[in-house]
Design a binder for this molecule. Structure first.
Ligand code: ADP
Ligand code: MG
Length: 235
């Protein structure tokens, strides 16, 4: 194990009834490292994140966080150990205010440097709207709340599931500008995206999933567009 290794997924398979959604996946993420998972719709990206944070059904293999087994542990324990998921579709409470939604992340109670002052500095638009209902915000602002909620828990590892989905490119730029700043703090980030270019531009390393298997892995600079397309679509 590398000294800075945060997450290690080894030989992980996930089953939904008899269907094998992931087939012996190996991935790892180091502290302060941005790792992208790319793959077409249905490739198994969300299943991977759910398996890591203890929300997938039947999981086989080994999952370690900071060298300790987390497979089979309750999500609340995994979160308390320092992992947060920004889920697909954001999952905010629309009738609660922005601030109330954010407090749910803070309530995880992990001590750390990331607090409300820092969050307002990163996302001034949220401070202006902190007393508005989350459901009244634009999609991009809601995604900022989802990301902010996760950061307020002061995670060591952040899992992001398709944070750009359905958002305008300018808003996505704003969200992605944040990722390197999270990395600077030594937080590991595992990003799932269908937007290949966006995802590879920000990543230190990437894995491509195809029908539940890792079809390609490496450094973005070493991967040609042709290689990525071939392993993304399996053509
Ligand atoms: N709760 C579930 N029950 C049964 N099959 C599921 C469930 N969730 C996902 N799947 C299936 O597992 C595969 C991977 O899904 P998913 O991880 O959501 O893919 P992705 O996030 O890459 O689009 C798909 O074939 C999907 O239909
Ligand atoms: Mg998904």
């Amino acid at each position: 194990m590398a000294t800075n290794e945060l997450l290690s997924v080894e030989g992980v398979s996930v089953f939904y009834d008899k269907f094998r959604a992931l087939d012996r996946i190996d991935i790892n993420v180091g502290a302060g490292e941005i790792v992208s998972i790319i793959g077409a719709n249905g490739a198994g990206k969300s299943t991977l994140l759910k398996a890591i944070i203890g929300q997938a059904g039947r999981v086989e293999g080994r999952i370690q966080f900071e060298g300790e087994n987390i497979l089979g542990r309750a999500t609340a324990d995994i979160v308390a150990a320092g992992m947060m998921l920004v889920p697909e579709g954001r999952r905010l409470f629309p009738s609660l205010t922005v601030e109330e939604n954010l407090r749910l992340g803070w309530a995880v109670g992990r001590k750390g440097e990331f607090g409300f002052a820092e969050l307002w500095r990163l996302f001034p638009a949220l401070e202006e709207r902190k007393r508005q209902k989350a459901g009244s915000l634009s999609g991009g602002q809601q995604q900022m709340v989802a990301l902010g909620r996760a950061l307020l828990a002061n995670p060591k590892l952040l899992l992001c599931d398709e944070i750009s989905l359905g958002l305008a490119p300018l808003v996505v730029n704003e969200l992605y500008a944040l990722i390197p700043r999270v990395k600077e703090r030594g937080i590991g980030i595992l990003i799932v995206e269908q937007d290949i270019e966006r995802s590879l531009a920000v990543a230190d390393r990437f894995y491509c999933l195809l029908e539940g298997r890792v079809s390609l892995a490496g450094h973005p600079r070493e991967a040609t567009r042709e290689m990525v397309m071939k392993h993304y679509f399996g053509l």
